[in-house]
Design a protein around this ligand. Structure first.
Ligand SMILES: *[C@@H]1O[C@H](CO)[C@@H](O)[C@H](O)[C@H]1NC(C)=O
Ligand SMILES: *[C@@H]1O[C@H](CO)[C@@H](O)[C@H](O)[C@H]1NC(C)=O
Length: 270
């Protein structure tokens, strides 16, 4: 077929129409939860108090992140993979309001000091009016998260991993540790401005956003990260000597990190 401007216009209109038509069941499920734009963001350290020196060196507060961040690439190269095992936490509402509360746990590359892009994958748990919801997702920030088609429950042990093949190509992998089954999504940078640099590696519990507002943090009790590992230039790195972030909101400590070994730490709801 010879392309005329009319054909191109008709194609554009058709494309526009099909885009506006109802999409997959996944979108419907997301919309019904009101979390169409669920998004992890870079760590937010502005407006939070600095921890007093006596409380521990190398600990920073963030409004939205608790966990461990390797803030500099090692001499062996830039970060090309980050992974960890953790258990999907049981959410408990912090009060009787019935409002939605949530938390995420994830692993990622470039979420801290780099700021232009983050490749990340992990899980969310929500509670609203007593109803609990669990999702597994992947995200190449600044795009919003997309769900994996995986039915999660509290107590599921998962292995989350992101890896990159180039600054603009990577993959997100969630494996069910009990069954060994896994889901993988290969991803490309959403724009030329959102390529990865492999500057940061992170293992995070996040109070995330929908649109421009944070979803109130749910009581997640505790998330244990084991097998925490980052790869850079063929060498492997853990969480020792990395930056530790606790969540502080309105002057209150909300989530606290305890390092147990080079590959293990846990985050507790306060
Ligand atoms: C993980 O595997 C276990 C054991 O096969 C199963 O009971 C559980 O439902 C699975 N969870 C997911 C999210 O696939
Ligand atoms: C109850 O929790 C919701 C969501 O976290 C919060 O917006 C609200 O202020 C809380 N209400 C009280 C009375 O603490």
């Amino acid at each position: 077929m010879k392309f005329t401007s009319t054909t191109i216009l008709a194609t554009a209109i058709l494309a526009g129409t099909s885009f506006a038509a109802p999409r997959s069941g996944l979108i419907d499920r997301l919309q019904s939860r009101g979390t169409l734009s669920r998004q992890s963001l870079p760590t937010e350290k502005k407006g939070v108090l600095l921890k007093e020196a006596a409380a521990g060196a190398n600990v920073q507060y963030s409004k939205n992140w608790a966990g461990v961040v390797r803030e500099q690439p090692p001499a062996s190269g830039t970060y090309s993979a980050v992974s960890a095992t953790f258990t999907v936490p049981e959410p408990t509402a912090t009060n009787e309001s019935g409002e939605m509360q949530a938390v995420s746990a994830w692993v990622g590359i470039d979420g801290d000091t780099y700021t232009k892009a983050i490749l990340q994958t992990g899980i969310d748990t929500y509670i609203q009016d007593g109803k609990k919801t669990f999702d597994a997702w992947y995200e190449w920030y600044p795009l919003s998260a997309e769900n994996f088609d995986l039915a999660l429950s509290a107590g599921d042990v998962i292995v989350a991993k992101v890896e990159t093949y180039s600054p603009s190509e990577g993959a997100a992998i969630i494996e069910n540790k009990s069954s060994g089954q896994s889901v993988t999504k290969t991803l490309s940078a959403p724009s030329a401005d959102a390529t990865l640099a492999g500057q940061n590696a992170e293992w995070i519990v996040e109070d995330f956003n929908t649109g421009s507002s944070m979803v109130p943090l749910v009581n997640f009790d505790r998330v244990d990260f084991t097998g925490a590992q980052a790869e850079a230039g063929g060498a492997k790195y853990g969480v020792k000597n990395a930056a530790v972030l606790d969540i502080q909101q309105n002057g209150d400590l909300k989530a606290h990190v305890e390092i147990q070994s080079d590959t293990e730490f846990f985050v507790t709801y306060q």
